[in-house]
Design a binder for this molecule. Sequence first.
Ligand SMILES: *Cc1c(COP(=O)(O)O)cnc(C)c1O
Length: 363
Amino acid sequence: MTIRPRDDVALMEGYHSPQVTVRVRLNTNEAPEPPPASWEADLAQAMATIDWHRYPDRGADALRAAIGGLHGVGPEQVFPANGSNEVLQTVLLTYGGPGRTAAVWEPTYALHSHIARLTGTGVAEGERGTDFSIDLAEVRRVLDGARPSVAFLCSPNNPTGVVDPEEVVREVLAMTAAIDCLLVVDEAYGQFAPWTALDLVGDDVPLVVTRTFSKTWSMAAARLGYLVGPSWIVDDLFKVVLPYHLDAAKQVAGTLALDHRDAMDARVERLVAERRRLIAALEQLPVDVWPSGANFVLFRPRATDGGPGDQARGDQVWQGLLDRSVLVRNCASWPRLAGCLRVTIGTPDEDDAFLDALRETLT
Ligand SMILES: *Cc1c(COP(=O)(O)O)cnc(C)c1O
């Protein structure tokens, strides 16, 4: 007997990011520090008050009000879900689907096109420039050609770290709005960047901005993310997402976290300073480094003769780091990123361990 998945699913590869036990884990852009101890204490207390025999608040009202408060919008403009990946999935289930198309500009976050395909949405792939910036003529070409229902930007972009400038996002928004296409700006790393597209959100603007608790908020284990957008879009999304999708513990965890904004801001500052230090150190080594507005840095080890790096060299350096118990993200085989590796900013000790291991591997 064979139970076959859908034909398109049978051809898919799924999500690959090895979870191996190492001394220094710098591969998934998590925060290097746990959340504040006072949050853990508050959470333990709050857990004792949960009515476990009852379904949780379906509309997650307290959490949405707290998130809205953080961004100066009402709760009706906030849609939370189990990680921002579930937010993206709900957006695509609602506005994508068979016969519709989502536009992406590569290289970018692989889950945008992957989740689109899972929801039966066609994918129109555009290219970023050689410096990984958004090229407005290329945006125009893809929008005119594919007439997508949804378009994705990711700023700061994963895995390159590039921040799309405000003028560029405004131009893309004008173009997508003109063809009744929803623009999604994925700001998973928004706190590390110099500006935010949250300022462009309005009830008459076809734009949503997604954020996550997984990175800055040191809560990857909680699986909590959200978008901010027009209230009518939030209403549509609530029709599609499963009822009671956010469990009671997570709603409390997220609401309480927002009481610790100062601690989070301080972490972001530490990571940005550490990013500066790490980039300066990488610039002294035989690697090419890209500027970053996120909590990670993309780099490409040069060939042993000093020439440009390639996939084999990237794989070799990635393995050399792993042999020294340092795990980074191996992008060496990814299209447009041949030979590249991505390292998450860690604690100063972790970053020193990474730099030591890299120096050894490169010599
Ligand atoms: C890490 C990341 C996310 C998401 O994650 P969740 O953990 O699902 O909230 C979303 N977008 C980008 C670009 C990311 O790098």
